[in-house]
Design a protein around this ligand. Structure first.
Ligand SMILES: Cc1cc2nc3c(=O)[nH]c(=O)nc-3n(C[C@H](O)[C@H](O)[C@H](O)COP(=O)(O)OP(=O)(O)OC[C@H]3O[C@@H](n4cnc5c(N)ncnc54)[C@H](O)[C@@H]3O)c2cc1C
Length: 406
């Protein structure tokens, strides 16, 4: 669809990833129309699979897509940790709660299918965001030179967010580790139990998780090589596979086979970025009627498998806070614009107030877990372990969170 030179919209969402689509769907369920602007020509699906834990399922149920998604993946019943150097193993049942590993494409497609057609505009790359000095509403500058005015702007544009840049959020940081992710399809069935297996060495974490009887997701979190070399490798799936096979030499043969036989198109190599917990605590996540959600606000390492679910929670809370106010002032007369802006800004503050501490603790736990992998100093490892034991006596606390009804 062509964009006119200048256009006005009520709610504009930048980014059609998990969080942008979940936000559009949450608003739609509340009777609010929005426009999602996605820079890619189609849905951008990177990273093969995504783990969704109990809190994420609660949020997906609120969006009305939980039961459809449950049909795409098996329920996981346990976690097995294996320390490859010592051969030690620990099994923990997942008797309470719900954990599944989904194909990202299933999640994205299911969310998108529930949103009214024409909500998503592909090929719309937002170059920058400004505040209209006359109206104090946001103006988006697109790469094709056109502009778009919004009453509310929600930046769901991921780790390199232009909306976060407008809000002058502190730059995100990078862990010294990177992650390779992929799928392997086993036509005759993989025969694995419905468990999440994590194999640990001193410098790496290797894992596999079944999606269904024939599809297995796997990952390798490892000390990054030279960033430049990583960037070159990331563009070539065959190089990613070769590099991964080199890195897992000596690991169990079944893992080597999984990597050898992987679906090349599913492979990705990603640097692990995060917004520091203290920046989450202090960040100014709103200006006027502009805010952020998902990775744009709180990109975190994948160590708890919560980044995506946290973005879906954001969507529920944001829609719950915003929708009643938008409805109330739907047919506003021009003289009351300032009052409308004040009320919408208050709704966004309510959203941020509800989310901030949840995101602070999530990012603190992921930061500490990531730092444990990053550091080779025994003293630093000891300090981190003590901190984690004190702060997170129940390490699975984050799965018990309930973001509430939509
Ligand atoms: C290795 C790894 C493993 C992970 N595992 C899990 C897991 O198991 N469970 C879990 O819950 N989370 C996991 N995560 C985190 C999860 O992937 C992210 O939190 C989630 O994908 C973020 O979604 P998002 O929509 O906020 O951002 P993104 O997925 O980055 O989407 C942003 C979208 O915005 C678009 N965009 C960006 N800039 C612009 C622009 N200027 N104009 C227009 N469009 C733009 C992009 O094209 C993209 O489509 C993992 C992350 C990594 C790196």
């Amino acid at each position: 669809m062509e964009i006119t030179a200048s256009e006005d919209r009520d709610v504009v969402i930048v980014g059609g990833g998990i969080c942008g689509l979940a936000t559009a769907l949450a608003l739609h369920r509340k009777g609010i129309r929005s426009l999602v602007l996605e820079r890619s020509g189609d849905f951008r699906i990177e990273g093969a699979g995504i783990g969704i834990l109990t809190n994420g399922w609660r949020a997906l149920d609120q969006l009305g897509v939980g039961s459809k998604l449950r049909q795409t993946s098996i329920r996981l019943h346990g976690v097995r940790d294996i320390w490859l150097e010592s051969g030690k193993q620990r099994q923990s049942p997942l008797s309470r709660g719900e954990s599944r590993f989904l194909k990202r494409s299933d999640l994205i497609k299911t969310l998108a299918d529930e949103i009214p057609p024409a909500t998503i505009r592909f090929g719309c790359h937002i170059r920058s965001v400004e505040m209209d000095t006359l109206t104090s509403y946001p103006i988006l500058q697109l790469h094709d030179g056109s502009t778009l005015r919004a009453k509310v702007l929600i930046g769901c544009d991921g780790a390199h967010s232009v909306v976060a840049e407008f809000l002058e959020l502190k730059p995100k940081k990078i862990f010294a580790t990177n992650a390779v992710r992929g799928f392997t399809y086993c036509p005759n069935g993989h025969g694995y139990a419905s468990e999440f297996v994590r194999m640990r060495t001193r410098q790496a974490l290797l894992g596999r998780i079944p999606v269904n009887d024939k599809l297995v997701g796997w990952f390798l979190v490892q000390q990054a090589g030279y960033p430049h070399a990583d960037t070159e490798i990331a563009k070539d799936p065959e190089l990613i596979r070769q590099q991964t096979l080199k890195r897992i030499m000596g690991c169990p043969a079944e893992m080597i086979e999984l990597v050898k036989n992987c679906d090349l198109s599913s492979l990705s190599l990603t640097h692990l970025r995060y917004r520091a917990p203290w920046d989450i605590l202090q960040g100014r996540f709103r200006e006027g009627t502009i805010t952020v959600a998902g990775d744009a606000m709180h990109v975190m390492g994948p160590f708890l498998g919560q980044g995506g679910s946290a973005g879906i929670e954001d969507a529920i809370v944001l829609a719950r806070c915003l929708a009643p106010k938008l409805k109330e002032y739907d047919s506003v007369v021009s003289g009351k614009e300032m009052m409308v802006q004040k009320v919408l800004a208050e709704a966004l503050d309510e959203y941020l107030k509800e989310r901030r501490m949840r995101l602070f603790w999530l990012s603190t736990q992921t930061y500490l877990t990531g730092s444990l992998l990053d550091t080779s100093s025994l003293l630093a490892k000891l300090i981190i372990l003590v901190l984690m034991a004190v702060l997170f006596r129940d390490p699975t606390w984050h799965t018990k969170y309930d973001c509430g009804n939509l």
